[in-house]
Design a binder for this molecule. Sequence first.
Ligand code: NAD
Length: 396
Amino acid sequence: MIIKPKFKNFICTTAHPEGCSKNVKEQIDYVKKLKLSNGPKKALIIGASTGYGLASRIVSTFAAGASTIGVIFAKPASETRTAGPGFYNTAAFEKEANKAGYYCKTINKDAFSKEAKDTAIELIKKDLGKIDLVIYSLASPRRVHPETGETFHSVIKPIGEIYKNKTVNFHNYKISDVEINPANKDEIQQTITVMGGDDWKLWIDSLSSAGVLSEGAVTVAYSYIGPELTYPIYRQGTIGKAKEHLEATASVLDNQLKKINGKAFVSVNKALVTQSSSAIPVVPLYISALYKIMKEKGIHEGCIEQIYRLFSDKLYGDDLRLDGNGRIRLDDLEMQEDVQKSISDIWNKITTENVAELTNIDNFKHEFFKLFGFEHSDIDYDKDVSQYVELTNHLE
Ligand code: NAD
């Protein structure tokens, strides 16, 4: 199959296996050189196939030498379709981990289901005994409730008032004004049910009752705050309400885990180009401006750099400072006053004509295509490649 990027609205519906494999190898090479003197030994990563979850699995394995179980939800390729990037990333990760002799198993099931939790517990008991780290890194538009079977949807909307701001179509660089109507009560509640801490708690409760969390086990979920300009659509919107719930869940879990001297944290990470962040209005333009400023200042980080810093300095290092709300802050550099001031200074000036000059939109677009394995200069995208790639270490 000749694999080129194809779009349905803003969603890329194709992925390139060789490009995804290269992305994974680049991340592995980055952490292999750094290593970690202290880190997890046996980790479960929920949402392990892309973005922050994949980076967490790579750091656990290739920097700390940990055995990992990854939970992903990814469809394989068919005669007419490629697999998604998460499937290709996981296949590449498994191949490299197998080659290097690290234990890794992948559960390809809906992480929200009871079945995924039962399968993980069975596998931990059989292969690992107990685990010492649980990373929760899901971003999903929907959740089927494991008990009622009801489907809940998450929406990205403001609360209370209409939100107006400028946004960019990163395919043609057109700047336009976007106007988003506020969510109703049901939409807020459904977003909390999908993206809040409910499922994280179900995971930790199930793992605890099965006795597979080791003494001192740590669990971390990822959150975001961001600048004032995105508050109405993010932190004070529906998704922000879900993140508040996730953060409140961290303190509930932290209390629960005291009996095994364990800990639960939320880590507030930096804004980065991932499939999830690209779908939020205004955010791609903000990230484009952020990348330009942070790169100019030499403080830019991607997923792998962020997660390596989380492990080396915070979770397993000596700088585990928490903010007033008990959260780890990996967004410290993004939120620096000088960085945010520079963004505010250019924000109102951005137009279709100058967006490429004032922001790093070219790089945003490039990073977006790269998520799907495209735009690697050394891959010939006119060459026929097989879309079929095997997951070697997975459980159905
Ligand atoms: P992502 O889209 O790359 O990752 C989300 C992952 O969740 C994907 O691998 C997807 O396959 C998985 N997933 C979704 N539904 C699933 C299901 N039912 N079963 C199993 N896996 C499922 O996005 P990301 O940005 O890496 O997001 C991960 C977390 O990091 C989210 O909580 C997000 O809010 C948070 N975060 C993201 C940013 C950012 O700017 N990207 C910043 C701070 C925090």
